[in-house]
Every structure is written in structure tokens, then in C-alpha cells.
Design a protein around this ligand. Structure first.
Ligand code: ASP
Ligand code: MG
Length: 408
């Protein structure tokens, strides 16, 4: 008998019919003799709907109350799944994060898990019950409800798998696994069988929205193999595992695109020590998350600095910077939301030269202008015009993955 943690995402429990389907799958596993801990997300788009409701009440909700509100979504879905299992004569019990002792830090809406109590869960497993735990939530040391950041049910699942030393951690979603590119954009995209934590993390942070980034970080840190698969089929999905030698044979594991960033340009920045520090300190203190940065070292007295931020941070960032423009002596700040970041990711590029050249050439030959570039050991990202993004993803997928060279 093994202990399996299964997590079902919002789309897998989007309504009563789907909840019943999940219950049937859970029961099948139970019948095979497995001990099961099930983590569920809120039904469908419930979390977005709750957020929208809060917006209709206030423009600046308290973070504590936001967590109080958002956590209700998962509380509803665990209860419904338990009822659906009871209906199938399968013994099950649902719990909130607080009830099973998921302790977090105090950062409302993006709390980190500090520790997980397993006593209550183990007691119920011993009674041969399926234990259902609300994803995405915990409590801080003061006993207040916190949430773990959007997509946080993945983190709940990984943390429970770790705390319970589970034999498997399965993430059920509405796609068959992780793909080499978004199959809606690229027809030749295919399912990846095995991917390293690091590659998955780079893909997730550059636009592939299959699992929450932090959950992948935690899985990697504790070496918990994660199986991402579809709740609508029985096929094997994608295993996210520790990197091994065989992975180096593949140059590029996947191509991703992120359309949720905007590019800001600070113009005529005086060319003297301390200015960049002040600009980015101002943004950091204002809670703005900066991604790519480029600065042209001018031969002149001033230069431009461009960087990208999440779109939702763009306007606040412009405001923050305009406030210090006079004092710091730069001219202005402009922003462009019509950009996209395309990235190629693969551990194979550690040991192969020429990936950057191949990427830039493929884009260049096809008339796609590169506005910014950033690299890590296993990723190369380019900012391009948003209208070029889909074409760029297809080209790069052809160039590096499906193998057929793009037409000139
Ligand atoms: N329901 C939460 C969200 O939509 C958590 C999750 O789905 O994992 O972000
Ligand atoms: Mg959700």
C-alpha cells in the first residue's frame, strides 16, 4: 500500500459533474488499497470571482480580509468532494488548512508554509478514510487565515507529500502534462515525459502556467517527484524530477511565452554612480517586481535604462519613478505594454554552444526584432513585439524542437 497525495485543480472540480468524476477516480485508487490525501482547489474560476466581488466593494481591500474571502473557495470544494465520495460509499473527511495544522508566515495573500502537522491526517488515514485538504491556505502564528499565492494548492500538495513522506505526488489538471510549447499555439508541440525541477521552474516563471513556481521550488528542494497529469484521462503525464545525465541530450526542453509584462524605459538617466541604485530601490520599496533590465552605456552624459515588470505593476512603477525624476535628473519614464517575452529552456544548453545565436538568427531571418535579451544558465529570453509573439514561439519550436527548419 502506498500513500499518494493527489491535487485536483479548479478546472477538474469546475462543477458537480466534474466533482463526481474526481470522486470516482479517487474511489478507484482507494479500492486499489492506497492511502489517499486529496488536495483541491476552488471550483473553476471561484477565486477570480471572489476577488472581483471584493473589487466591487472596495479598491483597497485589507489583505487579511482578502485571505478570509479567498480561502472560502477551497472550503466549499473540499466539503463537496467529501459528500460526493460519501455518495459512492467511500469514507472521506474534509479539512481546512487550519484544521490539519498548515502553519505559514504572516504574509497575507502570499504566505510561505513554515510547517505542517500530520497528526490529524494520519489519525484519519488510520481509520481508512480518504483525507481531503483545502488547498491554497493555512494559518499564521496568530491563528489568522492566510493564502499561499495564486495557484497555491500545488504548494499545499507538495508540502503535504513532503510532510507525510508520501510515495507519490500527483497534480491533476485539464491538460495531459507539460508540453514543449502551448499546444494551442504550436500544433507540433508534444508532451514532455520527464523534465527537471530547474527546467520546469524556468518554464513556469517565463509563462508556462501549469504549476505554481514556488511549489516546484519546494519539490526540487526536497526532491519530491511530481507527476502532472490529466484528470480527464488515465494516460501518464509529465514527471518533474531531479536532473540526470540523460537530460543533457536534449538541447531545448520547451519554448514559452509571457504576455503579462510591460516594458518601462527611463530616459536620459545621468551617467553617474548611484542613479540606477536609487531607481531600483524606489521600485523595490514600492513592491514592484523587476524582471529583465538593460542599460546602454552611453558615451554621453546620459543613457536610457529599460526593464520589464508585471503589467499590473507598470502604472504604479511609472508614478513612483516620475516622483523622483527631478531629483535624480532623468527626463521621463515611458511604458509599453505591447510586448511579450519568449524563452527557450533546457539543461542541455549548459554543454552546448550556439543556442543564443540560433535563437537570434531564427528571429532575425523572419523579421522579428529583439528588444531585450536575458540569459541564465539554462534559459534565453527575448522581448519582442506582442504581435510577433506567436510567430516567434512557432519558429523557435520548429528550430529547436520539432526539427523542421522554418521556411525563409
Ligand atoms: N484557487 C486558488 C487560485 O485560483 C488556488 C489554486 O487554484 O491553486 O489561485
Ligand atoms: Mg484556481
Amino acid at each position: 500500500m502506498s500513500l499518494i497525495v493527489q491535487k485536483y485543480g479548479g478546472s477538474s472540480v469546475a462543477g458537480p459533474a466534474r466533482i463526481k468524476r474526481v470522486a470516482e477516480r479517487v474511489k478507484r485508487y482507494k479500492k486499489k488499497g492506497h492511502a489517499l490525501v486529496i488536495v483541491v482547489s476552488a471550483l473553476g474560476d471561484t477565486t477570480d470571482e471572489l476577488l472581483e466581488l471584493s473589487r466591487q466593494v472596495t479598491r483597497s481591500p485589507s489583505r487579511r480580509e482578502l485571505d478570509m474571502l479567498m480561502s472560502t473557495g477551497e472550503q466549499a470544494s473540499v466539503a463537496l468532494l467529501a459528500m460526493a465520495l460519501h455518495e459512492l460509499s467511500c469514507d472521506a473527511i474534509s479539512f481546512t488548512g487550519a484544521q490539519v495544522g498548515i502553519l505559514t508566515d504572516a504574509a497575507y495573500t502570499r504566505a510561505r508554509i513554515v510547517s505542517v502537522e500530520t497528526r490529524r491526517i494520519r489519525e484519519e488515514l488510520k481509520k481508512n478514510k480518504v483525507v481531503i485538504v483545502a488547498g491554497f491556505q493555512g494559518t499564521n502564528p496568530d491563528g489568522e487565515i492566510t493564502t499561499l499565492g495564486r495557484g497555491g494548492s500545488d504548494l499545499t500538495a507538495v508540502a503535504l507529500a513532503k510532510a507525510l513522506s508520501a510515495d507519490a505526488c500527483e497534480i491533476y489538471t485539464d491538460v495531459e502534462g507539460i508540453f514543449t510549447a502551448d499546444p494551442r499555439l504550436v500544433k507540433t508541440a508534444r508532451k514532455i515525459d520527464r523534465i527537471s525541477y530547474e527546467e520546469m521552474l524556468e518554464l513556469a516563471s517565463s509563462g508556462a502556467q501549469v504549476m505554481q513556481s514556488r511549489s516546484i521550488e519546494v519539490a526540487g528542494k526536497f526532491d519530491i517527484p511530481v507527476h502532472v497529469r490529466s484528470s480527464f484521462s488515465n494516460k501518464e503525464g509529465t514527471w518533474i524530477v531531479k536532473e540526470d545525465r540523460s537530460m543533457e541530450g536534449v538541447l531545448i526542453r520547451g519554448v514559452s511565452v509571457n504576455r503579462d509584462e510591460a516594458k518601462l524605459t527611463v530616459t536620459a538617466v545621468p551617467n553617474r554612480p548611484g542613479v540606477a541604485g536609487k531607481i531600483f530601490r524606489t521600485l523595490a520599496d514600492g513592491g514592484v517586481n523587476v524582471d529583465m533590465i538593460i542599460q546602454n552605456i552611453g558615451k554621453h552624459a546620459s543613457t536610457d535604462i529599460s526593464f520589464t515588470v508585471p503589467k499590473s505593476d507598470a502604472e504604479p512603477a511609472v508614478k513612483l519613478l516620475r516622483k523622483i525624476a527631478g531629483k535624480m535628473g532623468f527626463r521621463d519614464v515611458s511604458f509599453d505594454a505591447n510586448i511579450a517575452k519568449v524563452s527557450v529552456v533546457g539543461v542541455g544548453m549548459r554543454s552546448h554552444a550556439g543556442v543564443a545565436a540560433g535563437m537570434f538568427e531564427a528571429l532575425g531571418k523572419n523579421g522579428i526584432n529583439i528588444e531585450m535579451i536575458s540569459t541564465s544558465e539554462i534559459k534565453i529570453s527575448c522581448v519582442v513585439k506582442k504581435s510577433d509573439a506567436e510567430k516567434a514561439v512557432r519558429l523557435l519550436h520548429d528550430e529547436f524542437i520539432s526539427g523542421k527548419k522554418p521556411k525563409k
